[in-house]
Write a protein that binds this ligand. Structure first.
Ligand SMILES: [Zn+2]
Ligand SMILES: [Zn+2]
Length: 225
């Protein structure tokens, strides 16, 4: 899911295992390695790679990345009959099944159309917010999902940058605290998407939120639910 650093995170051989990429929104920190990834695996993945996104996300990815100017249009290469990439759109709250994992896209509140995902596999569900400011439906889905094992939620800025967070559709520890009043289930909460210069302050400010139930999602660590 998402491809902000797919090429940096996975060695080449593992990139060949990636047959599908689900994109939550078109911002560059979620898409910028997609062109290089497709270039790396071009001609090496039978049937090509499928890129899933909402209609607005795919429109933007095609127009601004795979537009023949920024990067080749790999949906026409090597030919339009057997292209290296396929674009498939998803819709709000219509289940998308890829292999043995299902994704339920949930519209969240960011500055452009963005979807969080309820991800389900092997009887366990996990809720991923993508980028969002204060939102509603996401928490309703959390409350009505019986096998929910955890939630990852965007906290990009510390409290001193509340105005920036509000203007850019992100949360701070303060707005997370009020968001959590909408959550009725007791599951672990992991924060992600921290801006590098805000990490220390967020780490301090998050301590008192939700009686210590909130932790930072760690880069490079494997989580099993
Ligand atoms: Zn974003
Ligand atoms: Zn982002």
């Amino acid at each position: 899911m998402d491809a902000g650093c797919l090429c940096q995170a996975l060695p080449l051989e593992r990139q060949l295992d990636v047959k599908s990429v689900v994109i939550t929104h078109s911002h560059m920190d979620h898409t910028n390695s997609l062109p290089f990834f497709v270039d790396n695996v071009f001609g090496r993945i039978e049937g090509g790679v499928t890129i899933y996104g909402s209609e607005p996300t795919l429109y933007s990815v095609r127009k601004h990345l795979f537009n023949s100017a920024s990067w080749p249009d790999f949906s026409l290469l090597p030919n339009h009959l057997e292209p290296a990439i396929h674009f498939e759109s998803f819709e709000d709250e219509r289940e998308l099944v890829i292999g043995d994992v299902s994704f339920l896209p949930i519209a969240v509140d960011h500055v452009i159309p963005t979807h969080g995902m309820l991800i389900e596999s092997g009887g366990a569900s996990f809720l991923w917010s993508s980028d969002t400011g204060p939102t509603q439906r996401f928490w309703e889905v959390a409350n009505r999902t019986p096998n929910l094992k955890g939630i990852a939620i965007d906290v990009s800025f510390d409290n001193s940058l509340q105005q920036v967070a509000d203007a850019s559709g992100h949360l701070t520890p303060a707005t997370l605290a009020s968001e959590l009043e909408k959550l009725e289930v007791d599951v672990p909460l992991y924060i992600h998407h921290l801006k590098p210069f805000c990490i220390d302050a967020i780490t301090r400010e998050i301590e008192g939120v939700a009686r210590g139930r909130v932790q930072l999602l760690e880069q490079g660590r494997t989580y099993r639910f």
